[in-house]
Design a protein around this ligand. Structure first.
Ligand code: AMP
Length: 288
């Protein structure tokens, strides 16, 4: 059985031992309820590193007051089975009280990259993400850490943080893993009832449409966004939070795709907020 580590002290002991053995260490930060998207990150880490730590922690400080912290799905038995199957070495699953001791008051806050896209509807989210990821980096001291392109803004923010704060960790972005019908895998998909699950295909269909337009040479962001929004709005259960195209480097909106760009969206399906995206640099035939 894979070891589940609950305390920072125990995690540090294991890391020390691995370092004595000369192992390289990969970290896969997650909030648990693991699926094939998380598994792809574990696989990538296994390829590059001698040892792989999966952190499994629903981080309270990255949720807003009206968000789904309480209802976020949790299943440690399932998580440990999947992590073990994919060859992870340990799961680091501390309680919130272990990560945030009484009096906790130091945060990592980023002033750029976090003011657009999800940062607008989730104003304290990235501060929570940067803080917990910094803590995980300090505890696990990985050589490499693996993040999904599914959370494209998060990936950009983490890369920027590592550069700003001189963290000696390689950040590796991994492709979005999808269900067979296109829906991006997400722990939050479990919130969807049958009808909503069908409606949620509006996101991946819009990604398909947008990337198709880009691959055919369309460079007007307005036209691409309008077409994508029209497709999503045709779905009665969908309510758009945003569909935007931003410069991949600074997450600022652009009008023309004349540089590597990210087309990202957040859409409510019923009460569930889902995200999806594509990078123009991943689209065949797109202007580079
Ligand atoms: P989460 O547990 O949702 O916070 O996600 C943990 C990590 O898994 C993040 O780096 C996500 O971007 C990544 N991830 C989540 N879903 C997917 C997916 N469908 N494909 C690839 N990576 C994913």
């Amino acid at each position: 059985m894979i070891k589940i580590i609950k305390t920072v002290a125990q995690m540090r002991e294991i890391i020390k031992e691995w370092r004595r053995e000369g192992q390289t260490i990969g970290l896969v930060p997650t909030m648990g309820y693991l699926h094939e998207g998380h598994a792809s990150l574990i696989d990538a880490s296994k390829r590059d590193n001698g040892r792989t730590v999966v952190s499994d922690f629903v981080n309270p400080i990255q949720f807003g007051p009206t968000e789904d912290l309480e209802s976020y799905p949790r299943d440690m038995d399932r998580d440990s089975a999947l992590a073990e199957e994919h060859g992870a070495d340990v799961i680091f699953a501390p309680q919130a009280e272990e990560m945030y001791r009484p009096g906790f008051s130091s945060f990592v806050d980023m002033t750029v990259l976090t003011q657009e896209l999800c940062g607008l509807s989730r104003p304290t989210h990235f501060r929570g993400v940067c803080t917990v990821v910094s803590k995980l980096f300090n505890i696990v001291t990985p050589d490499r850490a693996y993040f999904g392109k599914k959370d494209a803004q998060q990936l950009a923010v983490i890369k920027h943080m590592v550069s700003d704060l001189n963290m000696d960790i390689e950040i590796i972005g991994c492709p979005i893993v999808r269900e067979s019908d296109g829906l991006a895998k997400s722990s939050r998909n479990t919130y969807l009832n049958g009808e909503e699950r069908q409606a949620a295909l509006a996101l991946s269909k819009a990604v398909g449409l947008g990337s198709d337009m880009v691959s055919k040479g369309e460079t007007s962001c307005k036209k691409i966004i309008e077409a994508m929004k029209e497709l999503i709005e045709a779905e009665p259960l969908a309510r758009i939070d945003y569909v935007k195209i931003v410069d991949e480097a600074d997450m600022q909106q652009i009008e023309t795709i004349d540089r590597p760009a990210l087309c990202a969206m957040a859409v409510y399906i019923g009460k569930t907020r889902l995200i999806d995206n594509f990078f123009t640099s991943d689209v065949k035939g797109a202007q580079k």
